[in-house]
Design a protein. Structure first.
Length: 264
């Protein structure tokens, strides 16, 4: 039986094939040479700054829907959400760009940049190097690489491409096997997904258990299932101070206000 993650990746292959008909990879690469030299690697720097100054960092996610929960934000306005997060203390923004399963759009990256100067993560299922150049073109500052859908060679190759064109990388793992898979990667940003992407079951203690196995020079980002101050305090007690939170915020009419209340 095909699990959700496999289904998403199969759909993604078809989407990429269609996208390449409109803009090939060369188009993206050539466009970079016509742009002003951009400040690079802003995403990790902003997280480090907030960790040093505030003691915690929040990657606030802009997400309309998910396969497991359906429509999360009924009155969805990308610019409004981005602005709300920005004025209420988010460190960075995570922007869902998958259209089929999360009701996202790659154009959201540009819309966010129109109202916020915070570094942005393109949150999607990256399975082709084409998507990395595409992310840069649409002004992302960081990309997500998911260890469960990429092999070790792909992870290293995709990371190298991203770093070469000035993109940070957040690599996501869920278990010990995936942790082993990323051992040779250079990025300091390691996301631990508390949600099993094959079953979509969530357990926040996954961050605590896996976090103990990760070198101290890495920045652990706990992802999924963080809903209360107690959840946040539990993570902090276990030396996890960077949070990627979406659903908890996006269910509210003013997502940034909830962010402020949870982290003040």
């Amino acid at each position: 039986m095909e699990n959700i993650l496999t289904k998403i990746c199969n759909t993604k292959k078809d989407e990429i094939a269609e996208q390449k008909k409109n803009y090939n990879q060369t188009f993206f690469i050539e466009s970079f040479s016509q742009l002003p030299v951009a400040k690079e690697f802003l995403f990790e720097k902003k997280i480090l700054t907030d960790l040093n100054e505030k003691g915690s960092a929040v990657i606030a996610e802009i997400k309309k829907a998910s396969p497991s929960k359906g429509i999360i934000s009924k009155d969805f306005d990308v610019k409004k959400v981005a602005n709300s997060y920005t004025i209420n203390g988010a460190s960075c923004l995570s922007v869902l760009t998958d259209s089929q399963y999360f009701k996202g759009d790659i154009n959201y990256l540009n819309l966010v940049k129109n109202v916020s100067d915070l570094p942005t993560l393109r949150k999607d299922f990256i399975i082709d190097e084409y998507q990395i150049y595409q992310s840069k073109f649409y002004k992302a500052d960081c990309i997500l690489l998911i260890a469960s859908i990429l092999d070790s060679t792909q992870l290293l190759e995709f990371e190298n491409i991203a770093h070469t064109i000035g993109l940070d990388v957040l690599v996501e793992i869920h278990d010990v096997e995936e942790l082993k898979k990323i051992e040779q990667m250079k990025t300091s940003l390691i996301g631990i997904n508390n949600r099993n992407l094959k079953t979509f079951k969530t357990d926040i203690t996954n961050s605590i258990n896996l976090g103990k196995l990760i070198p101290g020079d890495k920045i652990i980002v706990t992802e999924s299932g963080i809903n209360t101050k107690d959840d946040i305090d539990l993570m902090k007690k276990n030396k996890i101070n960077t949070f990627l939170i979406g659903e908890r915020f996006m269910r509210e009419s003013d997502p940034g206000n909830v962010l402020k209340l949870l982290f003040e």
